[in-house]
Write a protein that binds this ligand. Structure first.
Ligand code: HEC
Length: 474
């Protein structure tokens, strides 16, 4: 064979090889079958089985293939809801709008949602059980999400008879037994009851517990209401409250925990339970730099929700009277509530800080990562928008034909922001922005959502003083 022919033959073989391998790799995604053992179990083990297992709060166990297989289409549907009422896992912060950096993000990634959907749509195969990841270890003592607290206060037992009407009662104060003042970095609240092992499975999370919510304070046994500290409300399905690291909450020596009101409701069977409050402390020598902000956001009066109407909007505004850091976003609506957004208006700049779906069965708060919490100057207008679905497809609404106004009952409405915020002095505000610019490496043309003055490079007041002094010496 002439050498030129040999070269051509070699060239053609090379081309064929390349084409063959291109073809093979182009087909790859379709050929890899999505299976339970290889792809789906790792997602469920990380995100679902802590609730969906024997003794967990979920209505069914999702640990083995045989348990999961019949649920495949429903799992696809529930995870595909993304941030809407009914989504699993129950966590509703919206992607693609507002600040995304939150501390205990429980959202599935788009890739995970897609994997589950593909699995359900292609026969929900098992795959090779040898490839299953190790099952996570469970702590059946009703594990604390934030780990073992430094101090656990157990409140008195409460008894609710199956079928009893709702009631509002106050509780008996319990001493913390603290001999030193301590600053609290986080608090976690949980109800422990004896209903768990009975056959009430198949209900929503609200059906497992007897405490719908509890308001509480701390203070010296003889302190008047004004001298007490008010803590976040315990509510059904709530995640832990993590306070701003620079604004720990004081739990003074000798204080009592005072359960102001319990809203009790029957879960259908005779149940005895109690609340436990887990406190996480800062080190002994910790001193807070910031204090709680003093704005309120919500409207308790002008709520009018019409019957059989989806997507009804509520609006409320509040002007910040001090520089404010919003540490967490916590929408609070009632049964028809479907979504809430928070917007900051600063001059002609309008920014959506966060939007989240809402399900009155699960009261969630979204704690921003420290460098991403909104830092808003005095004068900013906060605008909150609530979206109400008073329709038959909202399972939380008892009778969508009813008009409803404001009120305490779940079938009437609230429209509140319950998130945590801290107020900042001029110095602290400028300092926070400076540190943030440095830590995040922000440049003059960058933009940080929720921080309208972050790039303004305002000189620190004390630095100005230094400059003046230096000038005087010259
Ligand atoms: C924090 C606990 C918790 C987590 C985490 C959780 N679930 Fe659930 N799940 C529940 C509860 C409780 C219910 C009952 C409905 C309700 O209360 O909202 C439920 C309901 C469901 C249902 C509907 C059952 C029915 O009867 O229709 C499916 C499906 C489901 N979960 C799948 C999942 C999947 C998949 C994950 C993980 C991606 C997950 N869940 C994560 C607690 C949880």
């Amino acid at each position: 064979m002439p050498s030129s022919h040999r070269a051509t033959a070699a060239f053609l073989t090379a081309i064929a090889t390349v084409l063959f391998s291109l073809g093979a790799s182009a087909q790859q995604p379709d050929q890899v079958q999505v299976t339970y053992s290889d792809h789906v179990a790792p997602i469920l083990y990380d995100n679902c089985v802590k609730c969906h297992r024997a003794g967990g709060v979920g209505p069914m166990s999702l640990v083995t293939y045989d348990e999961v297989r019949p649920w495949a289409p429903v799992i696809k549907y529930k995870t595909g809801l993304r941030d809407k009422m009914g989504v699993m896992p129950p966590y509703y912060l919206e992607k693609g709008i507002g600040i995304q950096r939150v501390k205990d993000d429980e959202r599935l990634s788009e890739e995970q949602i897609e994997t589950i959907a593909q699995w359900a749509d292609t026969g929900a195969a098992e795959g090779d059980p040898d490839n299953l990841p190790a099952l996570p270890e469970f702590d059946d003592s009703g594990a604390w999400k934030l780990g073992e607290p430094d101090l656990v206060i157990r409140l008195d037992d409460i008894y609710v008879e199956g079928g009893e009407a709702d009631s509002w009662v106050s509780g008996v104060p319990v001493s913390t037994g603290l001999t030193n003042d301590r600053y609290v970095s986080a608090v976690e609240m949980r109800e422990v009851n004896d209903a768990k092992n009975s056959s009430i499975a198949g209900t929503v999370v609200g059906g497992l517990y007897i405490v719908h919510h509890m308001t509480w304070q701390t203070g010296a046994p003889d302190a008047g209401i004004a001298e007490r500290e008010t803590w976040p409300v315990h509510e059904l399905g709530r995640n832990p409250d993590i306070f701003d690291p620079k604004a720990g909450r004081l739990l003074p020596a000798g204080a009592d925990v005072i359960p102001l009101t319990y809203h009790l409701h029957s879960n259908g069977i005779d149940t005895t339970g109690h609340m436990e409050l887990g406190f996480y402390f800062h080190p002994e020598d910790y001193e807070p730099e910031h204090r709680k902000a003093n704005f309120e956001l919500g409207d308790g009066l002008n709520i009018s929700v019409h019957g059989n109407r989806p997507n009804q909007e509520l609006h409320t505004y509040s002007v910040l009277t001090e520089h404010t850091k919003i540490s967490s976003f916590e929408p609070h609506l009632h049964a028809p509530g479907a979504r809430m957004c928070l917007e900051a208006i600063w001059g002609n700049q309008i920014e959506t800080l966060a939007c989240a779906g809402y399900d009155h069965n699960w009261v969630k708060q979204y704690t921003f990562e420290d460098d991403y919490a909104p830092l808003l100057p005095k004068g900013t207008i906060l605008h909150m928008i609530g979206f109400m679905d008073n329709v038959a497809t909202n399972p939380n609404v008892i009778d969508p034909r009813n008009w409803s106004g404001s009120g305490n009952r779940s079938i009437t409405n609230m429209f509140l922001h319950l998130g945590q915020s801290v107020g900042l002095t001029d110095e602290q505000f400028v300092q926070e922005m400076k540190e943030r610019r440095e830590r995040l490496g922000l440049m003059a043309n960058d933009h940080l959502l929720g921080c309208p003055l972050c790039m303004a490079d305002i000189p620190l007041l004390e630095e100005e003083g230094v400059v003046e002094q230096a000038g005087a010496e010259d």
